[in-house]
Design a binder for this molecule. Structure first.
Ligand code: MUC
Ligand code: MG
Length: 383
C-alpha cells in the first residue's frame, strides 16, 4: 500500500502582465497555493488552489485555502492509502464542508500521484483523452477600450487567440455596451466576442445589457446577475437570443442539476476548483451533456499546475462547444512550470506524460514563494 505521507502547501505571489480589471476588483498579482503530496514509496503529486482577487470572487482566499489544507485536510488524509483517491476525496468532503478550491487542490495532487505511480496520465484515469488540442479564449480586461483592441489584434496576429471574453460590469450598462461595441467593430468577423459580468448587474440592468449586447452581435454573456437568481437567469435565457452562460451559479453537480432542470442557462462554465474537484467537475459536465447544455472549460486564473489538471479532464470530453479559457499561465509575468504548456494556432496542446504531465521549476517557486525572507510581494499580495 502506498500511504499519503505528507501534504505540504506553499503560497506563491506572481505579478500579472497588466492590471486585470474585473467588476469586483483589479488584480495586479495572482496568489497561488501549491500543494505537494509526498507518498510512502517516494512518489509525489502536485496540485494548485487559486482564488480570484483575494475574496472578491468567492468565499475562499489563498490564506484560507492554505489553512483548510494544513489544519484540517492534511491531518485527516495523512496515513491513508494514496491509491484510493475516491476514498480520500469522500473523507475530505466529510471533514471539510465548502472550501471547494482547497479540496480540488488536494484531489488534483492525489490523481497526479496515482497517475505518476501507474505511468499514465490523469486523462487516462478518467477514461482517456479524445483530443490533443483545445481552443483557448483570452480575456480583455485592461480597463481601456483602445488597449483592449490593440491587445486583441496582437493576439490574432500571433495566432494565439481569436476568442475574446470582455470583463464588464464595473461601469454603467450604457458605457459597457459602448465599450464592447467599439471592440466588436474593431475586430469584425476575425473574432468571437463574449462578455463576463461576474454577477454585477441587477435584473433590470441585465435586461438593458442583454438587449444592447445582442444588438451588436455579442455571442454570449456569462453570469450577468447574482448566482442565486436562477429564475431570473432563466427569464433572460428564454427572452434573448444571445447565449447565457452560468459560472458562479455552478458550485458542483448539485447546482448543475438545478440549472439544468429548468434550463436556466444555455451553457456552463465548468471549473474544476469551483466544482469542488476533478471528479465533481466531470459530474457537472455529465449533467450538462445530458441536458443538452453547452460546455466551456473555465478557469480560476490558475497557473500551470491547476491549468494542466483542468486540461487533463477537458481532454476527455468530446465536444466543448464554447471552447476553453485555460490561459491562466499567460496572464502571469513569469512561468513556474519547468516545461510550459504550449499555446499556438488559437489552441493549447495537451501535455503528454504521467499524472497531470507537468512539473514545477523549483527555482521559480523559491523566488516567488511568499514566505521567503526577502519577499517583495508580501504587501502587493493583499488586494
Ligand atoms: C471568471 O469569472 O470566469 C476567467 C477569466 C478571467 O479573466 O477571469 C476568470 C473568472
Ligand atoms: Mg466567469
Amino acid at each position: 500500500m502506498t500511504r499519503i505521507e505528507r501534504i505540504e502547501t506553499t503560497i506563491v505571489d506572481i505579478p500579472t502582465i497588466r492590471g486585470h480589471v474585473l467588476s469586483m476588483t483589479t488584480m495586479m498579482v495572482q496568489s497561488i497555493v501549491l500543494v505537494q503530496v509526498r507518498f510512502s514509496d517516494g512518489s509525489k503529486g502536485l496540485g494548485e488552489g487559486t482564488s480570484i482577487g483575494g475574496m472578491s470572487y468567492g468565499a475562499e482566499s489563498p490564506e484560507s485555502i492554505k489553512l483548510a489544507i494544513d489544519r484540517y485536510i492534511a491531518p485527516t488524509l495523512e496515513g491513508l492509502n494514496g491509491d484510493d483517491v475516491n476514498a480520500a476525496t469522500n473523507l475530505m468532503q466529510k471533514v471539510v464542508r465548502g472550501n471547494p478550491i482547497a479540496r480540488c487542490a488536494v484531489e488534483t495532487a492525489l490523481w497526479d500521484g496515482l497517475g505518476r505511480r501507474l505511468g499514465v496520465s490523469v486523462a487516462q484515469l478518467f477514461g482517456g483523452k479524445v483530443r490533443t488540442t483545445m481552443p483557448v479564449a483570452w480575456t480583455l480586461a485592461s480597463g481601456n477600450s483602445d488597449q483592449d483592441i490593440a491587445e486583441a489584434k496582437d493576439m490574432i496576429a500571433l495566432r494565439r487567440h481569436n476568442i475574446f471574453k470582455l470583463k464588464i460590469g464595473k461601469r454603467s450598462v450604457r458605457d459597457d455596451v459602448a465599450h464592447v461595441a467599439a471592440i466588436k467593430s474593431a475586430l469584425g468577423d476575425d473574432a468571437s466576442i463574449r462578455v463576463d459580468v461576474n454577477q454585477a448587474w441587477t435584473i433590470s440592468q441585465a435586461r438593458w445589457g442583454l438587449s444592447g449586447l445582442q444588438e451588436i452581435g455579442v455571442d454570449l454573456v456569462e453570469q450577468p446577475i447574482g448566482s442565486k437568481h436562477l429564475k431570473a437567469l432563466k427569464q433572460l435565457t428564454d427572452t434573448y437570443e444571445i447565449a447565457v452562460m452560468a459560472d458562479e451559479a455552478l458550485q458542483g453537480p448539485e447546482d448543475a442539476l438545478l440549472v439544468a432542470a429548468d434550463r436556466s442557462a444555455d451553457a456552463f462554465a465548468v471549473k474544476i476548483a469551483q466544482s469542488g474537484g476533478l471528479k465533481r467537475a466531470s459530474e457537472v459536465i455529465a449533467i450538462a451533456r445530458a441536458a443538452g447544455i453547452g460546455l466551456y472549460g473555465g478557469t480560476m486564473l490558475e497557473a500551470g499546475v491547476g491549468t494542466a489538471a483542468a486540461v487533463q479532464v477537458f481532454s476527455t470530453i468530446e465536444s466543448m462547444e464554447w471552447g476553453t479559457e485555460l490561459f491562466g499561465p499567460l496572464l502571469l509575468k513569469d512561468e513556474i512550470l519547468a516545461d510550459p504548456i504550449r499555446y499556438s494556432d488559437f489552441a493549447l496542446t495537451v501535455p503528454e506524460g504521467p499524472g497531470i504531465a507537468v512539473d514545477l521549476d523549483a527555482d521559480k517557486v523559491a523566488h516567488y514563494r511568499r514566505d521567503r525572507s526577502d519577499s517583495l510581494h508580501r504587501v502587493a499580495a493583499i488586494p
